[in-house]
Design a protein around this ligand. Structure first.
Ligand SMILES: Cc1cc2nc3c(=O)[nH]c(=O)nc-3n(C[C@H](O)[C@H](O)[C@H](O)COP(=O)(O)OP(=O)(O)OC[C@H]3O[C@@H](n4cnc5c(N)ncnc54)[C@H](O)[C@@H]3O)c2cc1C
Length: 416
């Protein structure tokens, strides 16, 4: 393992962004015993915090935001990290190895990590500046939405993906009449198998959320503190608030203007997090990262990937020990449903273990007979076993996977 030390005058490592990936880069640097200077620049005014609670507890309970910091504040000083909060990087010059800030300052770097995450996709017909319209990405977004929910009696959620559904679950629990509009034929269609979409639809309907699939907004009007939304099926809905959750796009502006290889999937990086510009790395959700396991570039929008990739890139900045090799997953909490997905859901077959009506079951995703992923609802034990089977790409007969009397993994099968 190589270790680098930096003279005070020597530019150190600069991280753009102060989200989970950025903080995980610090963990990776620590793993690799890096003792040099680090400057982390984040445009948000807050100390780095965790985003998953924003669509769950923070919307539900006043004060929940006090427990979402990713690290204690002192730990930044302990690791010789200068954290610039409320400061955006406006330009990057890889040839001069420096970044420009929104206050006109310039900071030199030895190596730079872009950990700029994603921004919510904006509906072209609906200005985010319209009163009562919310997108949910930051703590400030969540706090503003929570306040607005206090006065609201009705809400339209546009987008039946993870964030939209989590917001709908909170809203209806807060007594707000909630409708979810989903353009596709079913909920969470991008990542969930049809069975999970069905279970989610049942759960939301049982709690009183109106689900409208196969339709999308074609017109918006705002007046008298109220929104009228015209849908593609010629119906109209009226509500106090609108939350838009139609996905995110990677924040590649800096990389793009610096001529770094990037696109709709993010900033292309190799297995060590290196971009096409010498000395510039990218980590977390913004990275279109090469994964040694799949042998291709992948885009992930999950906590797991941001943490694992950030840490990996932090380590690789100091010591190019190995390529990124991570099987990723995500979770979602809606009502009493704790949903965990690990690995790929894009198989050619699946096996259902347990009874979905009991709200405790697992779906094993299979490709050419091998287990490549698991979707698990309310069953942490099955999830633990399933993860091992996914890592091993275990081949187990579908009948056995579906037989809850047969214990997994079967005797003699080597799971990772
Ligand atoms: C509401 C919500 C709920 C979620 N729930 C879950 C969940 O339940 N399970 C799950 O697996 N995942 C969940 N996620 C996803 C997970 O939180 C993200 O994948 C993760 O936060 C990505 O981390 P990141 O550091 O790569 O990017 P981000 O968290 O987006 O951080 C990037 C940071 O960089 C800053 N930045 C961007 N450009 C600049 C610039 N030019 N200068 C300075 N700073 C800049 C941004 O302001 C931001 O603070 C959720 C996300 C959200 C928004």
């Amino acid at each position: 393992m190589t270790q680098e030390t930096h003279m005070d005058a020597e530019p150190g490592i600069v991280i753009v962004g102060s989200g989970l990936a950025a903080v995980s880069v610090l963990d990776g640097l620590k793993d690799a015993s890096y003792a040099g200077r680090v400057t982390m620049i984040g445009e948000e005014p807050h100390y780095p915090y965790d985003r998953p609670p924003l669509s769950k507890d923070v919307l539900l309970k006043t004060g929940a935001e006090s427990t979402i910091l990713l690290r204690e504040q002192e730990t930044y000083e302990g690791q010789d990290v200068t954290l610039l909060r409320g400061r955006a990087v406006t330009a990057l010059d890889p040839s001069l190895r420096c970044v420009m800030l929104d206050n006109g300052d310039t900071i030199d770097y030895g190596r730079l990590v872009l950990a700029t995450g994603s921004r919510p996709k904006v509906l072209p017909l609906l200005s985010p500046a319209t009163p009562g319209v919310f997108y949910l990405r930051t703590l400030d977004d969540a706090l503003a939405l929570r306040v607005a929910m206090k006065r609201a009696s009705s809400l339209i959620v546009i987008g039946g993906g993870v964030i939209g559904l989590e917001v709908a679950a909170v809203a209806v629990q807060r007594g707000i009449a909630t409708t979810v509009i989903e353009a596709g034929p079913r909920l969470m269609a991008r990542t969930a198998p049809p069975l999970l979409s069905h279970v989610l639809q049942q759960a939301h309907s049982a709690h009183g959320v109106a689900i409208r699939c196969n339709t999308y907004p074609v017109g918006f009007e705002y007046g008298n503190d109220s929104h009228t939304v015209t849908l593609s099926d010629d119906t109209t809905l009226v509500a106090d608030l609108i939350v838009v959750g139609i996905g995110v796009t990677p924040e590649i502006t800096l990389a793009q203007s610096a001529g770094i290889d990037c696109g709709a999937m993010g900033i292309a990086v190799d297995g060590l997090g290196r971009t096409s510009a010498d000395g510039v790395f990218a980590a977390g959700e913004v990275a279109y990262a090469f994964n040694d396991i799949s042998g291709r570039h992948e885009k992930h929008e999950s906590w797991h990937h941001a943490a694992a990739h950030g840490r990996h890139v932090g380590h690789a900045l100091v010591d190019a020990h190995a390529g990124y090799a991570e099987i990723c997953g995500y979770w979602s909490d809606q009502y009493d449903l704790n949903i965990n997905v690990f690995g790929s859901t894009q198989g050619d077959d699946l096996a259902v273990r347990g009874d979905p009506d009991t709200r405790r079951f697992a779906i094993y995703h299979l490709a050419a007979g091998a287990i490549i992923g698991i979707t698990c609802v309310n069953d942490p034990k099955e999830l633990r076993i399933g993860k091992r089977l996914v890592k091993a790409r275990a081949v187990i007969a579908r009948e056995m996977l579906e037989d809850t009397n047969a214990s997994l993994p079967p005797a003699g099968l080597k799971a990772a």
